[in-house]
Design a protein around this ligand. Sequence first.
Ligand code: ZN
Length: 336
Amino acid sequence: MIENILLSEEEFNNSSSNSYLDRIQTLFRHQLKNWELAKTGYESLNSVQVREFHFDDFVIKAQFNPGRIISSAAKVDEKSIRERKCFLCYNNLPEHQKAITFENNFLILVNPYPIFPVHFTIPMLDHLPQLIEDNLQAMLSLTKAIGENYTVFYNGPKCGASAPDHMHFQAGLKNFMPIDWEYEIIKDKKCKILFEDDETKILGCTNYLRKFFAIQSSSKAKTLKVFSKLYTSIQKTQRAYEIEPMMNIISRFEDGEYFVFVFPRSKHRPDYYFSEGDKKIILSPASVDLGGVCITPRQEDFEKITKEIIEDIFRQVSVGEEEFEFFSKSLTELIN
Ligand SMILES: [Zn+2]
């Protein structure tokens, strides 16, 4: 019964207003008070260590976060997935985990293994595979609904999602990931305008270690249309990946505009991940890492990591120059 996991209306009655953002905040407070796992998870953020690596015009942070080993080392092969109980299905949620609904087909849950000071997991009610093509519109609605305080992100089934069998987004406190504020700085220096009209701009960004496309638009319909064309462009060279073109997506809503950053990927995990001994580094890049906060769940990796290694990891998991150029060209042709 879904009712059993929804936060009761009584819990909201004490809030000063009842906006959607307030309801989310109420859920967060409720879970920290009543769910030990969440309480411990957010308390552990107080002792998280951070290192900063400075590049020209931007910064990459490394966060030593032992709680994230579950996600970073998640087994996402078919057999492992088949043999475990899906932790995003509402009937499998832990006893004290509560939720609020979003548009009747998604749930907002507090993530008990946080990276952000406030971190939500947003699964679909139905157990359906992680695929973005038909769900970007939900992602944009969500981005608009909570965009004042949160950045929303999506990890493709082979790009960091620890539950590739269950469609979900995540959201974290705005301006925690450097990309949230760096985009304004780098867009003129490191991005090329591919298309521009009154309400929409499409940019291709390189020279930022990771390559990405930025769709900036005041129109949801236009954003969806552009994304669909970008998806088609990326799919042209990535048919081999059968599920969907590999990508991570970060989206924000600000001053009436959607900002959707699409990072096409060439690889799920860098070579370091599979190396043995000294060379091994457990860093499994997903949206947050591409957003500028690299998560290292093991202390030794956190200490070992250097600017050069970060550059190499981003180079390995991003698409190459030629491929990015191909996508840009193909997208430009489809748009015009
Ligand atoms: Zn499920």
